[in-house]
Ligand binder design. Structure first.
Ligand SMILES: [Zn+2]
Ligand SMILES: [Zn+2]
Length: 248
């Protein structure tokens, strides 16, 4: 499978990147994982407006979902006519949230999206075997494990350290893991990881490669986050970049 980073800025768009959005492709199927602000722009650069086959939203914080509102226009009002509903796998409440953020008087968006509520477990999306589980974040949030052809991509979503994260990432070929906070800072609990905590999760899970994401450029230090992660994980580690592509 192939991963393309469309956006990797944590919490709000950064000077160089949209918010969280990751395109995962296999067998000609394109799954978009998260759809944060600004990522619809990058989608057109690396794939195309109408090329995605399904969307998985890990949680309903605005930095992971808001471009699903912009995308309503793309599908509903296309010059060649409305496009058929697209499958969206998301936490409960996603239909109402996306419809309200799009435009309250316009009503539901079920002409654009067919929603499937996420619950912990394993299920197929196209050619992928998808496992999701609740992670440690203030709203209903799912970490993700995607398997295809014997290869594994794991994605933390937003989370503090937790057992579910390590289970989801177990033996992953690539672990896309958030590292929002600076080590040593007085960080609030049950919200996000530091670089060191991302490295520790990668080590516990025995992953092959760690890609740090969801760094908050304006508030953090990329160098310090990377160094803290690399000190806790001896395998290859790097910081995600918009437009980066990985063959897994
Ligand atoms: Zn976030
Ligand atoms: Zn969040």
């Amino acid at each position: 499978m192939r991963l393309t980073v469309l956006g990797c800025a944590g919490s709000f768009p950064g000077p160089e990147s949209a918010c969280s959005a990751y395109l995962v492709e296999a067998d000609g199927f394109r799954l978009l994982v998260d759809f944060g602000p600004g990522s619809l722009s990058a989608l057109q650069r690396y794939a195309g407006l109408h090329t995605i086959d399904a969307i998985l939203i890990t949680h309903l914080h605005c930095d992971h979902v808001l471009d699903a509102c912009s995308y309503v226009v793309v599908r509903r009002y296309a010059p060649d006519g409305p496009y058929p509903p697209l499958p969206v796998y998301a936490p409960a409440g996603a239909p109402e949230r996306i419809a309200a953020a799009y435009s309250t008087p316009d009503g539901p968006v079920d002409d654009v999206y067919t929603f499937y509520g996420l619950q912990p477990g394993t299920f197929p999306i196209g050619p992928f075997t998808v496992t999701v589980d609740r992670v440690s974040h203030p709203v209903e949030t799912y970490g993700v494990r995607l398997e295809h052809g014997g290869r594994v991509l794991a994605y933390s979503s937003d989370t503090a350290p937790c057992d579910a994260l390590v289970r989801l990432a177990q033996g992953a070929d690539l672990f896309l893991c958030e590292a929002s906070y600076l080590d040593g800072a007085d960080n609030p609990p049950d919200l996000h990881l530091t670089g060191r905590e991302a490295g520790e999760a990668a080590t516990k899970a025995g992953v092959s490669r760690l890609v740090l994401t969801h760094l908050v450029a304006a508030w953090g230090s990329e160098a310090a986050t990377y160094e803290a992660a690399a000190a806790a994980f001896t395998g290859p580690a790097e910081v995600a970049r918009p437009g980066a592509r990985y063959t897994i």
